[in-house]
Design a protein around this ligand. Structure first.
Ligand code: GLN
Length: 404
């Protein structure tokens, strides 16, 4: 066609880190510690729940309630009502989405106008607040990175509509402490700002770090959208079941976007996640709970990866939560003579080289930043450790051979 085909709104967003680097990893048949998904199966009880749902008769194969399959929203309301300490209305305060990604999309589309500003902590958007590393510390952990309350406060202005936080954080692994969340909450209340809290790794914390929901702080329920993920909770990312939970007057606008786009997500997958949460509700806090078993298992993998990275000189920053670990590559000098990547940030070039030359996939950390901030974060790469030990061993072999 001779005329301009694409709408202006898609300009500048044609490149996507997950699409591009996942494709690259597939093309080179690498050991994949890149995109965040488990390379093992979900717990058997939830696989059985999905089989049962699929064989459960006609209604499991047809449309369900647009904003969430009733058994799922009912148990999410019950489960998270207990966690957040606030009564949740299953049909007013919850929207089930096609993964947490769509929950974020609905939230931005529903709440943010062109002239509005959104402050994002370590994420890609209009403003980026850097978590400042505390200098002089010894071992590096994500807790060494603290939020500068002055810098954060300076980003709020009359156009600020929302702030996005992510705890446990991806890619750093920081778990925000109650006092830090209180600073954010105070600013939200003072400036009448919505808080969009992405908590998909909420069950995954280590070494005594505690996940706190900002929606549970006084005055925050009414202005917070909390985003969660069935895929991340039950190691079933391909099911694409996520949700947004918040006060009805906010969530109703997200529903408007949802009903005019995807309408709802797969009924049987929602039914299985409902069964999973029913079981977790009953076992919560006991050793049989998957939400306890998964972080226990991951803690071993986290230590294993950290030891390996340390031993080859890729200084890791030990995460307090989530399933990613970032590593400083600045002392690892490699000759990146690929002219096709010449204009890209150093970490992009490094990861592409690692994939093509060494057969190991990771994710460049500067991808999490808006283009003008990328240069400041091009010395880190992200490893994912929600992987079989055999995968982690294969990655270790590659790194050891290389460092030798
Ligand atoms: N959250 C996942 C990660 O950080 C993947 C997100 C995606 O693929 N859309 O790896």
């Amino acid at each position: 066609m001779a005329r301009q085909l694409h709408a202006r709104r898609i300009e500048g967003i044609d490149k996507n880190i997950w699409v591009d680097f996942t494709q690259l990893a597939a093309d080179y048949k690498v050991v994949n510690l890149g995109q965040g998904f488990p390379d093992f199966s979900p717990p058997s009880y939830i696989q059985e729940a999905l089989c049962k749902a699929v064989n459960g008769g006609c209604s499991m194969h047809q449309y369900t309630h647009a904003f969430g399959h009733p058994p799922l929203v009912s148990i999410l309301a019950k489960f998270f009502g207990r966690v957040v300490g606030h009564e949740i209305d299953a049909f007013e305060d919850i929207l089930v989405t096609v993964g947490a990604y769509q929950a974020l999309f609905c939230t931005f589309q529903a709440l943010v106008d062109e002239e509005d500003e959104v402050t994002v902590i370590l994420f890609y958007c209009v403003h980026v607040i850097n978590l400042e590393k505390v200098e002089g510390g010894k071992a590096l952990t994500s807790a060494d990175w603290v939020l500068s309350s002055e810098e954060l406060a300076s980003k709020f202005n009359p156009r600020t509509k929302a702030i996005v936080i992510n705890t446990p954080n991806n890619p750093l692994g920081k778990v925000y402490k109650r006092e830090e969340l209180q600073v954010i909450a105070d600013l939200c209340i003072k400036h009448d700002v919505v808080c969009i809290s992405d908590e998909v790794y909420e069950w995954l914390t280590y070494d005594g770090a505690k996940h706190v929901k900002i929606a549970s702080l006084p005055g925050m329920w009414e202005r917070t959208v909390t985003i969660g993920s069935g895929g991340k909770s039950f190691s079933a990312t391909g099911w694409k079941v996520g949700w947004a939970i918040g006060a009805g007057p906010i969530v109703k606008h997200l529903k408007t976007v949802h009903q005019n786009s995807v309408y709802h997500c797969a009924t049987a997958a929602q039914e299985a996640v409902a069964q999973g949460f029913q079981r977790e509700y009953e076992l919560f806090g006991t050793p049989e709970s998957y939400f306890l078993q998964l972080p226990e298992m991951l803690n071993q993998k986290r230590k294993k990866l950290a030891t390996c990275l340390e031993s080859v000189g890729l200084q890791p920053i030990l995460p307090e939560g989530g399933y990613f670990m970032i590593s400083d590559i600045s002392s690892f000098k490699v000759d990146l003579n690929d002219p096709s990547t010449q204009d890209e940030p150093y970490d992009y070039r490094f990861v592409k080289w690692l994939i093509k030359e060494k057969g190991l996939a990771t994710i460049p950390v500067s991808a999490f930043y808006s283009p003008e901030h990328r240069k400041d974060f091009q010395n880190y790469i992200r490893f994912c450790f929600v992987k079989e030990d055999s995968t982690l061993n294969a990655a270790e072999d590659i790194l050891r051979k290389w460092s030798d």
